[in-house]
Design a protein around this ligand. Structure first.
Ligand code: NI
Length: 231
């Protein structure tokens, strides 16, 4: 086969959606091999599964949902000196190299760009159902028993105190003050986690969030009882 012919064959070859998903999963898993415990491959797996579960009940493109869920923390700004472009750019390059259709790539990259919380209601310009589904999935993994575990792991990673009665939660974080916060881990429940239940986009996620919210409330009740010395 001549070289020119060979290039033509390569150009004509299009990966199936299944192959794209498999390649993406391998790439993400490898990229996150040294990630902090709450933002590792297993976080991605949980978000992917939640997103597919929620997405199945919505009218949406599950291929976009799965790709965005897989790539959503590929270069999290929290671990990249606040660089919010690192993740979207890395995802765009990767999908481009795989030969994923431009429109799908653009949609996935937009979802990744706007998914994270960053301290408040920053109002997202992305309104697609696929975005809402993946955002719900990522928020669900931030609450409940897993959410508690992830929060304390992240607090430990940042060397934060568990709790300090002299430092009150800051409800009106700006994007910057949220990113630079050194507050005790317990404050994070009041600044973010307990607010998420009312921010779910889909009905499926709202139902799951109710249960997970109650688990955090019970945990906090117990935490303060024990802190105050109840036996
Ligand atoms: Ni995430």
């Amino acid at each position: 086969m001549s070289e020119v012919h060979c290039q033509k064959v390569l150009k004509m070859y299009q990966m199936t959606e299944n192959e794209i998903i498999k390649n993406t999963a391998l790439f993400v898993r490898e990229s996150l091999k040294d990630a902090e415990g709450g933002h590792d491959w297993y976080h991605i797996q949980r978000v992917r599964n939640l997103a597919l579960h929620i997405g199945e009940k919505e009218k949406c493109d599950l291929f976009v949902v799965e790709l965005a869920a897989l790539l959503h923390d590929i270069a999290d700004y929290k671990f990249n000196d606040g660089d919010e472009n690192a993740g979207p750019e890395k995802a765009a390059d990767f999908l481009g190299n795989l030969g994923v259709n431009k429109e799908i790539t653009k949609h996935v990259v937009e979802i990744i760009r706007h998914i994270s919380f960053k301290g408040g209601n920053n109002g997202s310009p992305v309104e697609s159902v696929e975005f809402k589904v993946v955002q719900d999935a990522d928020r669900l993994d931030a609450i409940g028993a897993i959410g508690i575990a992830r929060t304390f792991n992240y607090g430990g990673f940042r060397n934060r105190a568990l709790y300090d009665p002299d430092i009150l939660p800051e409800k009106n974080h700006t994007k910057k003050s949220y990113m630079n916060s050194t507050a005790p881990t317990i404050n994070h429940f009041y600044e973010k986690l307990l607010l998420l239940k009312d921010r779910m986009n889909t009905k499926t996620a709202k139902n799951i969030a109710e249960k997970r919210h109650a688990i955090m409330e019970n945990f906090l009740d117990e935490f303060f009882k024990e802190w105050e010395g109840s036996y």
